[in-house]
Design a protein around this ligand. Structure first.
Ligand code: BES
Ligand code: MN
Ligand code: ZN
Length: 491
């Protein structure tokens, strides 16, 4: 998909998109277009209600011969989210009427959306809408829309629009990259392959990637991580990604840990057949992190970021850890294994400790498909977040407002801490209630005094069915969120 900003148009495009606010009649000097609008309003009751869409195809070879009218709803209720949905609807309609080359004007810029935000959104959504996962199928799922031009009417907006277009389309491509990683089956995306893909991204976007094998992981003392990994014949890989873009504040280092379970069977606490069905997606945090590192590096954001993925599989074998075991961790704390299926937090605590001790992280974020309880709490509408620092949390909230990936802060009440205490070890991983908080607060035990934000994407990183800007499968959630978080961190 090609998306660009243009100052003027020639007649090579086939489809013109027109946004219409509710009860705001469009008028144009072009007779055929005005006739079409009158027809739509009178015969089809097109009133510009939000999400209303009508297309007209003219029986002529002259271009453009396709017109898509998208209802934007009431002017004073228009916002970023409605723009995202409208653009998605237009692209889906374009595919339906076999549009190839479409022209759009930024919508809603007189209704409080900045020209930059509007352009970024229009450059982002079409790429997300047209993503398909059909590499393993002979019959490809066709999408026709392949070129979009965004019209710049005001010379003074040009620079802003061009850079917003580059930002939006790059973020979308990196979100699609994350989706692809999530969708890859676990027999293809082994921990070693996830490491290869991170390396590839690093080479393409210019960040440093180091990959450590079992021997090095053991040498580092990452005991909790190794306990999860050891049942599998496929070796774990510790993936360390580094981007240093702020030389003036060398000591200020953000560490991000992404959960990278390339498969989660539950271990001896084996999951049900259905519970396991999509567990190749248990590396959604890792995928988000790789996509975000790529974007941060591409736009040379002024920040220092180290990303860590403790990649492994949670399988079953005679070599595996058991329920009831007492295991160690890199930080030295002992853990009673209440469930071999609460494996994510075991890999994350070693990743977080590594970030603080070996990479000198001064702030910590972790992003993980951690608990089924995340979906019970907020559904797939938002990711629950925990934090020990209002300022860092507020920056995440702002990033979420920009990216449109909703988050919701949950409390770290001390009452919940009782649930992760053990009679025989320093902590237990068995969870308890409420699941989102006990899992997050387990990780909090390892962040020392560092400002920390924890994002549970268990319910948001996978779509059970087609949704407005994507197909069933990985959503790539977190790529845009983490990027905007890092971009705005110093402000
Ligand atoms: N990877 C799962 C969480 C998950 C569940 C992600 C559903 C996506 C969809 C995690 O490792 C897990 O198994 N969590 C358990 C924790 C429990 C054993 C304390 C859960 O949520 O049931
Ligand atoms: Mn699990
Ligand atoms: Zn898991």
């Amino acid at each position: 998909m090609n998306i660009s900003v243009v100052k003027s148009l020639d007649n090579t495009y086939d489809t013109m998109v027109l946004g219409v606010f509710e009860n705001e009649l469009l008028s144009t000097t072009e007779k055929i277009l005005q006739d079409s609008i009158n027809y739509l309003v009178n015969e089809e009751e097109f009133k510009g209600k939000f999400n209303q869409i009508k297309s007209i195809i003219l029986p002529t070879k002259e271009k453009p011969n396709k017109f898509i009218f998208i209802g934007l709803g009431h002017k004073d209720k228009f916002n970023d989210e409605k723009l995202r949905k409208s653009v998605a609807k237009v692209v889906n309609e374009g595919n339906k009427i076999k549009s190839k080359f479409m022209v759009l004007e930024p919508m809603g810029i007189n209704e409080g959306i900045s020209i930059g935000n509007a352009t970024r959104i229009i450059s982002e959504i079409p790429i997300l809408v047209n993503y398909r996962f059909d590499k393993y199928q002979e019959e490809k799922k066709e999408t026709t829309v392949s070129e979009i031009k965004i019209l710049c009417k005001n010379e003074k907006d040009w620079d802003i629009m061009v850079s917003a277009c580059r930002e939006g389309s790059t973020l979308a491509r990196n979100t699609v990259y994350a989706r692809e990683l999530v969708n890859e089956p676990a027999n293809v995306l082994l921990p070693t392959e996830l490491a290869n893909r991170a390396k590839e991204a690093g080479e393409k976007y210019g960040f440093d990637v180091e990959i450590y094998d079992e021997e090095k992981i053991k040498e580092l003392g990452m005991e909790a991580y190794m306990q999860v990994a050891k049942a599998s014949e496929n070796p774990p890989r510790l993936i360390v990604m580094k981007y240093f873009g702020d030389n003036e504040n060398k000591e200020d280092i953000l560490g991000i840990a992404g959960k990278g379970l390339t498969y989660d069977s539950g271990g001896l606490c084996i999951k049900s057949k259905n519970g396991m069905l999509n567990m190749r997606a248990d590396m959604g945090g890792a995928a988000a992190l790789i996509g975000a590192m790529s974007s941060i590096s591409e736009f040379k954001i002024k920040a220092n970021v180290v990303g860590v993925i403790a990649a492994c599989e949670n399988l079953i074998s005679g070599k595996g850890y058991r329920t009831g075991d007492i295991i160690g961790s890199m930080a030295g704390k002992t853990i009673f294994v209440g469930s071999t299926d609460a494996e994510g937090r075991l890999t994350l605590i070693d990743a977080v400790h590594y970030l603080i001790e070996k990479e000198n992280a001064t702030k910590v974020v972790d992003i993980a498909t951690l608990t089924g309880a995340a979906g019970a709490a907020l559904g797939n509408a938002a990711s629950p977040v925990l934090s020990n620092d209002d300022k860092l949390y507020n920056n995440m909230r702002k990033a979420s407002e920009i990216s449109g990936e909703k988050i919701w802060r949950m409390p770290c009440f001390e009452e919940y801490k009782e649930q992760i205490k053990s009679n025989v070890a320093d902590l237990t991983n068995s969870g308890g209630h409420p699941g989102v908080m006990t899992a997050g607060m387990f990780i909090r035990e390892f962040v020392q005094d560092k400002p920390w934000v924890h994002i549970d994407i268990a319910a948001t990183s996978w779509a059970d069915k087609k949704y407005y800007c994507g197909i069933e499968g990985g959503t790539g959630v977190g790529v845009r969120l983490l990027y905007h978080f890092v971009k705005n961190m110093r402000k």
